[in-house]
Design a protein around this ligand. Structure first.
Ligand code: C5P
Length: 245
C-alpha cells in the first residue's frame, strides 16, 4: 500500500477508501436529499449525513446514499457514557458507513470503548474525534471550566485521541498541519470543514481556506456543504472543485 498522497478524488490507495471530498447533506427534506443524491456522482465524492437529516429521516438516509454507491460519513458526534457510545458506534458501523465520529471530550474510557466497538484495520469503518467545536471561543470554554483556551484544549484532546488509537480528527484546515503530525500514518485521517472555493460565499463560516490550501495543510478529506449543495448544479460545482485540486 502506497503512502504517497495521490491526486485521485476517491483515494483508495491511501486512506481506507476515504473520499477526498465529503459533501455535507444538511437537510431534513427527503425530496431535496434524494435530488442531491441523484445529481452527485459517487465516483467524485462521499456524503456527510449529520444530525439534522438523521434525526428527521432515520437510517434510511444512509441506505439511500449507500444504494447509490456513496461512501458515507455519519456525523453524529457521539458523547455519552462509554457503554452507550460503544453501542451507538456498533449500530453506526452496521449501517456500512465509512466514517463515524465521537467527541474527544467524552474522555479516555469513552474513546477506548468506541475504538473497541469499531476496531481498526481493513475496510472497516474509520473512527475519528471532534476536539473542540469551532463554535467555541476561549470565553465559551472558560464558562464551562476550561481555562487553557481553545488551542491548548484542541492539542490536549487530539493527543488523547491519538493515544486511544482512534484514526484521526475533525478539525479546521488551519489546525490540519499540527494534527497531521499526530495522525501521520497512511491510515491517519484529518477531516476538515470550513472549506470554500476561491471567490465563493463564506456563508456563516469565518475562517475559511480553499480546497487546495486545506489539502496542502495536510487535510486528508474535505467536508464541503453549501458551495456544492446550494449551487444551481451541485454536480458541476463539485466537478469545478475537483478540477481545481
Ligand atoms: O455548508 P458548509 O460547507 O459550511 O458545511 C460544512 C459542514 O461541516 C456542516 O455540516 C457543518 O455542520 C460541518 N462543520 C463545520 N465546522 C466544524 C465542524 C463541522 O462547518 N468545525
Amino acid at each position: 500500500m502506497s503512502t504517497r498522497p495521490s491526486s485521485r478524488v476517491t483515494d483508495v490507495a491511501v486512506h481506507r477508501a476515504q473520499p477526498r471530498i465529503y459533501v455535507a447533506l444538511d437537510s431534513a427534506d427527503e425530496a431535496r436529499l434524494r435530488r442531491l443524491l441523484a445529481d452527485l456522482d459517487p465516483a467524485s465524492c462521499g456524503v456527510k449525513i449529520g444530525k439534522e437529516a438523521f434525526t428527521a429521516l432515520g437510517p434510511r438516509v444512509v441506505e439511500w446514499a449507500r444504494a447509490r454507491g456513496f461512501a458515507v460519513f455519519l456525523d453524529l458526534k457521539f458523547h455519552d457514557i462509554p457503554n452507550t457510545v460503544a453501542q451507538a458506534c456498533r449500530a453506526a458501523a452496521s449501517l456500512d458507513v465509512t466514517l463515524v465520529n465521537v467527541h474527544a471530550s467524552g474522555g479516555r474510557r469513552m474513546l477506548e470503548a468506541a475504538r473497541e466497538a469499531i476496531p481498526p484495520g481493513g475496510n472497516a469503518t474509520a473512527l475519528i474525534a471532534v476536539t473542540v467545536l469551532t463554535s467555541m471561543a476561549d470565553a465559551d470554554l472558560l464558562e464551562v471550566g476550561v481555562r487553557d483556551g481553545a488551542d491548548e484544549q484542541v492539542s490536549r484532546l487530539a493527543r488523547l485521541t491519538a493515544a486511544t488509537g482512534l484514526d484521526g480528527v475533525v478539525c479546521s484546515a488551519r489546525e490540519a498541519t499540527a494534527m497531521r503530525s499526530l495522525f501521520s500514518g497512511p491510515q491517519g485521517l484529518v477531516v476538515t470543514p470550513g472549506v470554500r472555493p476561491a471567490g465563493s460565499s463564506q456563508d456563516d463560516q469565518r475562517r475559511v481556506v480553499t480546497p487546495g490550501e486545506a489539502l496542502a495543510n495536510g487535510a486528508t478529506s474535505l467536508v464541503i456543504g453549501r458551495p456544492i449543495t446550494a449551487a444551481e448544479s451541485p454536480a458541476r460545482a463539485l466537478e469545478a472543485i475537483v478540477s481545481s485540486l
